[in-house]
Design a binder for this molecule. Structure first.
Ligand code: OGA
Ligand code: ZN
Ligand code: ZN
Length: 392
């Protein structure tokens, strides 16, 4: 047995030392130098042993399975030392928990609250955000990891950003996207061309008004972040409109709780069909995370199928749907801008609804290109950049 531990990719440090540790029934009770008290269940501690027998050093992944611990496994000895919390187990195994790791992962209320604060909350916005929109330049994003991190951070918190100076050439949007990760490909292509097409397979590829929507609500997993890059915009009309779906959701939760409940529980059908494909998915317009926070907005009026619900609920469902649509049109929530060639919107497609005003294809050309990247890629890149920037 050794006291070695397999390090995580992240580094954990704490200014606080372990002062005392003692066994108390099924738990180990720890007192820290700042007075914080944390308690750790024997199974939790055994499960998190990071010794080279329990963890594969090569991948830094766990090989030990907690089911293999004896049911009566007990802490035989415990001590608080400078290197960390040391435990000898009743079966002879030994574990060491570094103070920084233990503090960062402790499950007392104060530590859990610190983790929730560090995760951050979405910054909700409405009309006033038009003047404070987060702007990034293509040149900065291509050259500077700090700017790239700030861009991803804005996508995670605000959900809507504008990038300027992206060369107005086909597929130029792929260069800043490649700074993040790979694409989420769809049946509309790796990169999709948004222009008025004679054989359109989506309302997006005509000149009609596109009311506020998320793209591909017809999929089990809607694309996470959407990039829309303007190559040509000479046509009259076609302005971009954005609405923060989380701001609408939270306003509805406060102002119309019954409608909010309906939209978070009743599945709506979304369909996208052409001669060769038939995509369908049904899910509530507003999805909540396990803590009850808003996690996702799913909506495109032009892709909706008929409501499939007991007739007795129809009145309530339509009241909630009409309210939601009214809120997406409400000027207090929306911002409107006209794109110029070289502009690129990047937004959280599972949060922010986007719209396009009708345009007149006879008045001039209009050509955008779009692509998607899933939220996982944004989050992973954000975490690695954070690690690297902090290590500098
Ligand atoms: C789309 C879309 C916006 C625009 O293609 O899904 O929303 O401005 N396009 O054309
Ligand atoms: Zn171990
Ligand atoms: Zn769209």
């Amino acid at each position: 047995m050794t006291d070695d531990t397999v390090a995580d990719w992240r580094t954990f440090s704490t200014p606080f030392a372990l002062e005392r540790a003692e066994r108390d029934g099924d738990e180990v009770a720890v007192v820290w130098s700042d007075g914080r008290r944390t308690r750790h269940h024997r199974y939790w501690l055994r499960d998190n042993c990071a010794c080279p027998q329990c963890f594969l050093a090569l991948t830094r992944e766990q090989v030990f399975e907690i089911v293999d611990a004896p049911a009566d496994l007990a802490v035989a000895q415990v001590s608080a030392e400078a290197e960390g919390l040391k435990i000898s187990w009743s079966d002879g195994h030994r574990s060491l928990y570094a103070p920084g790791w233990l503090r960062a992962n402790a499950n007392d209320a104060a530590s859990r609250q610190e983790r929730a604060t560090a995760r951050g909350k979405p910054f909700l916005w409405g009309r006033e955000y038009a003047d404070r929109l987060q702007n990034f330049t293509h040149a900065d994003l291509m050259a500077d990891d700090g700017a790239l991190f700030a861009w991803l951070d804005a996508l995670k918190t605000q959900g809507l950003t504008l990038v300027t100076g992206v060369p107005a050439e086909p597929e130029a949007l792929l260069a800043p996207i490649a700074r993040i990760s790979h694409l989420r490909e769809t049946n509309f292509g790796r990169v999709f061309d948004v222009k008025s097409k004679p054989q359109a397979d989506s309302a997006a590829y005509t000149a009609v008004n596109l009311p506020p929507h998320t793209d591909l609500p017809t999929r089990e997993l809607q694309p996470g972040v959407q990039f829309l890059h303007c190559l040509v915009n000479d046509a009259t009309g076609g302005e971009s409109v954005f609405v923060d779906g989380f701001a609408i959701g939270e306003a509805m939760r406060r102002e119309q709780p019954q409608a909010f409940h309906t939209l978070t529980t009743v599945a709506m059908a979304f369909w996208n069909r052409d001669s060769r494909t038939d995509y369908r998915w049904s899910a509530p317009i507003l999805a909540l995370d396990p803590q009850g926070g808003l996690d996702e907005v799913r909506f495109a009026n032009f892709l909706r199928g008929p409501v499939d619900a007991p007739e007795s609920e129809m009145g309530e469902i339509y009241a909630a749907l009409r309210l939601f649509q009214a809120m997406t049109r409400d000027a207090r929530f929306s911002i409107e801008r006209r794109m110029k060639p070289g502009d690129m919107w990047a937004f959280d497609n599972r949060r922010v609804l986007h719209a396009r005003r009708e345009f007149d294809p006879a008045s001039g050309a209009r050509h955008l290109q779009g692509a998607y990247v899933d939220r996982d890629e944004i989050n992973s890149r954000w975490r690695v950049l954070k690690r690297e920037l902090e290590a500098r």
